[in-house]
Design a protein around this ligand. Structure first.
Ligand code: ADP
Length: 479
C-alpha cells in the first residue's frame, strides 16, 4: 500500500504537512531563540568581564602611578639634605597629589603649643605673615585640626560654621582661598610634629584615593621632621659643647692672668717692707692685704667651681633674718663700691623677714651681684640694693647704671666661664664664674636669679628670689 500512502499524502494531507512544518520551524526558532538568549547572555557576561578587566587594569595603572609617585617622593626626600628645600618639596608633592592651588607646611612648636609656618606653595607674602603662627582652635582648618588632632576638611569656606565672621575668613577671601584640608603630621611614635594643608580657589571634595596618598606622604614628612628636630638638637648641643670648651680655655688663660696680677704689687710690698721705712708700712700692708684678699677670693671661687661641677656644694640651712644677710653682703662689697665712688643705696623691709638659708652662701651670692654692679659701672655710677617681701618670696634686687648687657648675651650670662665678649676692656678682674656660682647657690635654696638689661650702656638689674619662712615671720610678730 505504498500508493495509499502516497494518495493519502496527496489527498490531502497538505494541511497536516504544513502544520508539521510549522511546528518544526517553530520548534527550531524556539531553539534558536533559546540559543540566541544564551548567546546574548554570554555576550553580556563577556562584556561585563571585559569591563571588569578594563576597570581592574585602570585601577592597576592608577595604583602603579601612585606607587611610582610615592617611590619618587621617597627617594627625592631621602636625597635632600637641606631642611628648607625638603619642606618645600613636601608641600609641592602634597599640592600635586591633592590637585590644589596652594599648599603650606607648618612645624609644631611644643613650647608655644602653636604651629609655625615653614614652607608653602603659591601663597603671597601677606598670607604668610598673617598665618606665621597659628594657635589651637584658630579659625583656619589647621587651627581646628591642631585642636582636634585630626584631619579637618572644609569644602566650602562660606558655609563653614567655625569660620563664620572670623578675621581669618576675611583673609582667606583676600587670598582667594575657598576650601582647604589640613592633615596633622604624626610620627610613628604618635607625636604631633606639624601640619600639611592644601587650599583651593574653588569648592572641592578630594577623593579617598587622594587622601590615601597624602597620608603616606604625611607619615614620611612627620618622620623627616622628627629626624631633623633630633639632628637640630644634637647640633645645638655640639655648638654648646664647643662654646663651653672655648670658655674653659679662655678661663684658664684669664685665671693665670688674674692670679699673677696681685703677685707683682705683693712682691713690691715685700721689697718696701724689707727696706724698713716705718712711714710706708701701714699703707703697704693695707695694699698687700687687699691684693691677698683678691687672690683668696679668686681661689675660693675656683674651689667652689670645682665643687659645683662635682655637685657637692653644701648649704647649711638655718633660720636667719634677711637684714643680717644683706649686712654681711654689703660689708664684703662696700670697699669695691666705695673705691669707684658709686652712689650706693640699700633698702630692706622694716619688719623682720625670716629665711631658712645658709647665711654665708646667700650673702656670697648677693655680694657677687654687688661686686659685678661695681665692676661693670663706670666710676661715679648709681647702685641700688632693694630687698622686699612679695607674697611668700623675698626679692633682692641689685640695679646699676653701668655698661649693661646686650640682648644676645643675656640668655648665656649665667653659664659657667661666660664673659661677655668685649675682651680685656670689659673684663674686670673676673673669671666668668661669679654668676654661675650665684645662680647655683640660689637654686640650692629653692630660688633663682633673673637678669634684665635694656641693652649696652643702659645698666642692668639682677633679682635674687628666695622663699621666705612666712610662718616664722608670724611667730616672731606673735611672740
Ligand atoms: P666675672 O668674673 O667675669 O664678672 P660673672 O659670672 O660674675 O663673671 O659675670 C659674667 C659676665 O657677665 C661678666 O664678665 C660681665 O661681662 C657680665 N656682667 C655681670 N654683671 C654685670 C653687670 N652688672 N653689668 C654688666 N655686665 C655684667
Amino acid at each position: 500500500m505504498p500508493n495509499d500512502n502516497a494518495i493519502n499524502l496527496d489527498r490531502g494531507d497538505n494541511n497536516g504537512e504544513s502544520a508539521g512544518l510549522n511546528a518544526r520551524v517553530e520548534g527550531q526558532s524556539a531553539e534558536l531563540g533559546v540559543g540566541l538568549a544564551a548567546f546574548e547572555g554570554q555576550n553580556a557576561q563577556l562584556e561585563a568581564a571585559l569591563r571588569a578587566r578594563d576597570e581592574a587594569q585602570a585601577q592597576l595603572e592608577s595604583e602603579l602611578r601612585d606607587f611610582q609617585l610615592l617611590h619618587s617622593v621617597s627617594s627625592m626626600l631621602i636625597d635632600e639634605d637641606n631642611v628648607d628645600a625638603l619642606y618645600q618639596k613636601l608641600v609641592e608633592v602634597a599640592t600635586t597629589i591633592m590637585k590644589s592651588d596652594f599648599g603650606s607646611m607648618q612645624r609644631y612648636d611644643e613650647k608655644r603649643g602653636e604651629l609655625q609656618f615653614i614652607g608653602h606653595k603659591g601663597l603671597d607674602e601677606k598670607s604668610i605673615e598673617y598665618w606665621r603662627w597659628v594657635r589651637p582652635g584658630q579659625a583656619t582648618t589647621c587651627g581646628k585640626a591642631l585642636e582636634l588632632r585630626q584631619r579637618v576638611i572644609v569644602s566650602n569656606f562660606e558655609a563653614c560654621d567655625f569660620l563664620k565672621g572670623s578675621p581669618d575668613l576675611t583673609e582667606f577671601r583676600k587670598a582667594n582661598v575657598r576650601s582647604a584640608q589640613s592633615t596633622p603630621l604624626i610620627t610613628r611614635g604618635g607625636r604631633l610634629v606639624g601640619m600639611i594643608t592644601t587650599h583651593w580657589t574653588r569648592q572641592t571634595e578630594p577623593s579617598a584615593r587622594d587622601f590615601r596618598l597624602l597620608d603616606i606622604v604625611a607619615r614620611q614628612a612627620a618622620d623627616l621632621i622628627e629626624r631633623n628636630m633630633v639632628l637640630e638638637a644634637l647640633r645645638l648641643q655640639a655648638d654648646r659643647l664647643v662654646e663651653a670648651d672655648r670658655h674653659k680655655n679662655e678661663f684658664i688663660a684669664t685665671l693665670a692672668h688674674e692670679l699673677r696680677n696681685p703677685l707683682a704689687p705683693i712682691r713690691n710690698g715685700v721689697a718696701v717692707l724689707k727696706i724698713g721705712n716705718a712711714d710706708q708700712t701701714p699703707s703697704v700692708l693695707a695694699m698687700m692685704d687687699r691684693q691677698l684678699s683678691q687672690m683668696v677670693r679668686l681661689i675660693d671661687d675656683l674651689l667652689d667651681v670645682s665643687r659645683m661641677s662635682r655637685g657637692d656644694i653644701e648649704v647649711k640651712r638655718e633660720l636667719v633674718d634677711l637684714a643680717s644677710i644683706i649686712d654681711s653682703a654689703v660689708e664684703t662689697s662696700r670697699p669695691l663700691i666705695s673705691a669707684s665712688k658709686h652712689d650706693f643705696t640699700v633698702a630692706v623691709p622694716a619688719d623682720v623677714v625670716w629665711l631658712e638659708a645658709d647665711k654665708m652662701r646667700v650673702a656670697q651670692a648677693i655680694s657677687n651681684l654687688l661686686n659685678n654692679a661695681a665692676k661693670y659701672t663706670p666710676a661715679g655710677g648709681k647702685i641700688e640694693l632693694a630687698a622686699r617681701l612679695i607674697g611668700k618670696e623675698v626679692c633682692i634686687r641689685v640695679t646699676d647704671t653701668g655698661i649693661g648687657i646686650s640682648a644676645a648675651a643675656l640668655p648665656k650670662i649665667f653659664d659657667l666661664f661666660m664673659q661677655v665678649d668685649g675682651g680685656a676692656a670689659r673684663s674686670q678682674n673676673g673669671l666668668g664664674v661669679g654668676l654661675a656660682l650665684s645662680q647655683k647657690l640660689a637654686e640650692l635654696h629653692d630660688g633663682r636669679i633673673d637678669v634684665e638689661s635694656a641693652g649696652e650702656g643702659l645698666g642692668a638689674t639682677f633679682t635674687l628670689r628666695l622663699p621666705a619662712r612666712v610662718d616664722a615671720l608670724k611667730n616672731s610678730i606673735g611672740g
